[in-house]
Design a protein around this ligand. Structure first.
Ligand SMILES: Nc1ncnc2c1ncn2[C@@H]1O[C@H](COP(=O)(O)OP(=O)(O)O)[C@@H](O)[C@H]1O
Ligand SMILES: Cc1cn([C@H]2C[C@H](O)[C@@H](COP(=O)(O)O)O2)c(=O)[nH]c1=O
Ligand SMILES: [Zn+2]
Length: 189
């Protein structure tokens, strides 16, 4: 796994596409290889206990809940991990430029950074931080869920309710992954 030292790995795509599962798998492999790892999750995601990241398949990973990039930086200054993971990076607090700067500093110090986050919100708008980070990646994986209407590869997370605020925490109660065609049909209904 030493080939990943100082590399940025990003898992992106819609909800249910396997972003968190992929981050979990990466971290478990780094653990097996003997690296000191830590996974962070933004405090905004209140679905699960503070100290765990949980996939839609209910597999879990120990995590440290943080409010912003400064808290991650401070934690890592004290604990010196070899590998840092951040789930739901689209919700991480802090200015985009500060997040980018902190991630670049980790990479310069040969730390591996694994990120998982939504590329787009429920309306198909890019999450700005993910849009900024994607071209920086050494390894960029766009994952696909199965379209809940037609069974092809999904493209976006469609919100099933009328809520318009950007952040609405939820799972299958609130969202379904759709392909572009099915998403446009929903919007035109
Ligand atoms: N429509 C769907 N397409 C693909 N996977 C789905 C779908 N609905 C539920 N799932 C489940 O979601 C799991 C992926 O969960 P997870 O890794 O937490 O995804 P993400 O972090 O991208 O939301 C899949 O392994 C599958 O069991
Ligand atoms: C599309 C979209 C999603 N959210 C929320 C819903 C979930 O709590 C998370 C995404 O979790 P996942 O691990 O990727 O399934 O984000 C939101 O607040 N706003 C949106 O537009
Ligand atoms: Zn479809």
């Amino acid at each position: 796994m030493h080939q990943y030292k100082g590399k940025l790995i990003i898992h992106t795509g819609s909800m249910f596409s396997g972003k968190t599962s992929s981050l979990e798998k990466d971290i478990k492999r780094f653990n097996i290889a003997g690296y000191k790892t830590v996974a962070f999750k933004p405090a905004v995601d209140t679905r699960y206990p503070k100290s765990e990241i949980r996939t839609h398949d209910n597999t879990t990973l120990n995590a440290v809940m943080v409010n912003n990039i400064s808290e991650i930086y401070e934690y890592c200054r004290i604990h010196n991990p070899d590998v840092i993971a951040i789930d739901e990076v689209q919700f991480l607090g802090g200015k985009i430029e500060d997040i980018v700067k902190a991630i670049n500093k980790f990479l310069e110090k040969d730390v591996t950074v694994v990120l998982a986050g939504l590329d787009m919100d429920f309306s198909g708008q890019a999450f700005e931080i993910v849009k900024e980070l994607m071209p920086m990646a050494d390894y960029l994986y766009k994952h696909h869920a199965v379209c809940a209407k037609c069974g092809t590869d999904a493209w976006v997370s469609h919100r099933k309710t009328k809520a318009q605020e950007r952040i609405v925490i939820g799972a299958t109660d609130e969202y379904e992954p759709l392909c572009r065609k099915c998403f446009l049909e929903e919007q035109n209904d």
